[in-house]
Each structure stands twice: as C-alpha cells, then as structure tokens.
Design a protein around this ligand. Structure first.
Ligand SMILES: Cc1ncc(COP(=O)(O)O)c(C=O)c1O
Length: 329
C-alpha cells in the first residue's frame, strides 16, 4: 500500500477498524500513512491514548454522551469527523465552541452504499452550513463505496465504481462551485483504491483490510495483497467419519462473509458445529492435530481476540495486543 501511494501520489489513511491495534497503526504511519481512520469514538480513544494520529472518525457522532466524549478526545488529539446532517453539525459546533475548540469536519456523501452520507446534490448545502459554523472547520468530503469492495469480478467492480465516482465528483463540484474548501477527498477501500487513484480530485484512500485480507477478499480479482491472518484451531474429536471436529466455532470466527478456508488445504471444507465447535470435512484427522483457518472476514474476526501472535517461518516473534478490540461505540 505504501508503494501504491508512492506510485499514484495519493495519500493513504488506513482504516484501523481492521486491526484495532496502535502497534499496526504505527507501522502504517512509519510507512507514510497520513493518519488513521477509526470507525467509532472508542477506537479513536484507544489510538489517541497510544499517541497515534491524526484520526478520522468515519462514522457520524450523535447524541450528548458521544458529543461529550468527542470534546474530551478533541482536547488531546487531532480529530476529523464525518458529518451528514445539519443539526448534528450545529450540535457539534456548539459543543466545540463551549470548550473553546474547533473540530475538523468532512461532509459524508452517499455514493451508493445507502448507509450514511448526504445525497451528492445536498453536499454543497451541508458544506456551506458547516463552513458557517464557528466550532467547525470544513476540510472536504468522505465518499466511501463499501458495497463494491467485495464485487469479485474486476470489470463489474470497475463499472459500478464509475457510477460512484460520478456521484463523488458531483458532490465535489457542489463544494467547489460555492468556493468551499475541498482539500480532502477521502474514498475507497482495498477493493477500489486502484480505481480511485485514477481521479485527480481524489486526495486519499481509506483502505483497511489490506494488511490481513481474508478468504472472501481473496476472491476479489486484481488485488496484489495476500492473506496474513489465521486462527489456529485443534482437532478435538474424530467420531464423525471424514469430518473432524475442531475447537473453533462461531465464537472463534465470524461467518457474516461465509465460512473460513483451511490454510494450504483447499480440499478441506469448514462446516459449522455451533458456538464452540467447527467441523473440517474432507480428511481423517487426529485429536490434537492443528490447522490454521483463514477467516472469511478479517475485521469481525479480529474483534473477537485480545492479541495477535506474530509468526515468521513457524517461530513466534511477537505478541501484539488488540487494544481497541470490542471498542465498537
Ligand atoms: C468508512 C470505511 N472506510 C474504509 C473501509 C476499509 O475498507 P476495506 O476494509 O475494504 O479496505 C471501511 C471498511 O468497512 C469503511 O467502513
């Protein structure tokens, strides 16, 4: 990803929602990242505690308890926040003014994911509102197209991305034609950052999964990243014919993106066996035998663990805490 930044001239602001680890964040900053994205305040608080930043919180912050936490965070860290609502913008501005602070803000634009974000034709008006508020400083746009990251076929992903790009550029124009600052245009994940780099208006990408990848992302065509994340599991029973029962079930691996893969053994199939157990179909295995599973979704699996055990050539080299694990609010 660092090489991508050098080649394309785009900045990288990696999403920390994947690794939730200030140690990994620091490695990304050391390799040229301009800051980190955080999904939630809790993640940002952990990063700020570790002295990592600047931090872009990519999810809207609403409600008094969170606004109070954001003010406290802003006191000690450089923070940018995505905003998609005028009332929220006013509330944030008032809170920052009361604390004698100014908060940097990006207008969050819906480019097709239908999650957060204003419609592209509303971006200029929201930006004008933000620019008029004394507690906020307009910095630009966030336009994340999360619904496209896992479109496997490259041609289809590119064609659908083009529609998102048109929406993103319409929003961008909504700001520039009002003379408003659009110094940051933050977009894209691991699956689309190569496309985003083709647009001169884009200043940075928010890719998250690339350090780890997963068995679902492995099916997305045209990406240069390999999987580095596995869950170590042990066979605990062989009473079920050619299906060995292992100690890794729903509590060990998220299944929102499908079943995990068995590393290096494509002939084996993982099957669910409940909270505490999984099954591995396709070979007779012995209790105590260990296998590595490649999660189907890195982010949601990482959030189940307290630490990474870092292995090179079969030797454990380090144990890194996943300090923001569970910080989902
Ligand atoms: C707002 C936002 N930006 C960036 C990313 C990173 O995307 P990816 O993990 O596909 O690289 C995510 C992931 O969910 C996200 O929600």
């Amino acid at each position: 990803m660092a090489a991508f930044a050098t080649r394309t001239g785009k900045r990288v602001r990696p999403h920390a929602k994947t690794h939730k680890s200030p140690l990994v964040a620091r490695m990304q900053l050391d390799r040229g990242a301009v800051g980190l994205c955080c999904a939630k305040l809790g993640e940002a608080e952990v990063m700020a505690d570790a002295g990592v930043g600047p931090l872009l919180i990519t999810t809207e912050i609403a409600g008094q308890p969170k606004v109070a936490r954001l003010v406290a965070l802003r006191r000690r860290a450089v923070v940018l926040v995505a905003v998609d609502d005028m009332d929220t913008a006013r509330t944030l501005s008032d809170a920052m003014r009361a604390a004698d602070l100014v908060l940097d803000v990006l207008v969050d634009v819906n480019v097709g994911q239908e999650r957060t974000g204003v419609a592209p034709d509303g971006a200029g008006e929201l930006a004008a509102c933000i620019a008029s508020l004394p507690g906020l400083r307009l910095r630009g746009i966030q336009a994340y197209e999360g619904h496209l990251q896992h479109v496997y076929a490259e041609a289809e992903r590119r064609a659908r991305w083009r529609e998102c790009a048109d929406r993103m550029l319409a929003a961008h124009e909504g700001l520039t034609k009002r003379g408003l600052d659009s110094e940051i245009l933050s977009t894209a994940g691991t699956g689309t950052c190569a496309f985003a780099a083709e647009l001169p208006e884009v200043t940075e990408v928010q890719a998250g999964s690339y350090p780890f990848m997963d068995s679902d992302y492995a099916q997305v065509e045209g990406l240069p990243y390999e999987s580095s994340l596995t869950v170590l599991a042990s066979v605990v029973s062989r009473q079920r014919g050619d299906t060995a029962v292992i100690d890794a079930g729903w509590k060990a691996l998220s299944t929102d993106a499908g079943m995990p893969a068995v590393k290096g053994r494509p002939e084996l199939e993982y099957v669910t066996k409940g909270d505490e157990h999984g099954g591995v179909r396709g070979a007779r295995m012995t209790p105590g035998e260990r296998i590595e599973l490649v999660p189907s979704h890195c982010d949601t699996t990482v959030n189940l663990y307290d630490e990474y055990v870092c292995v090179r050539a079969g030797v454990v080299e380090a144990v890194w805490p996943i300090a923001a694990r569970g910080r989902i609010q």
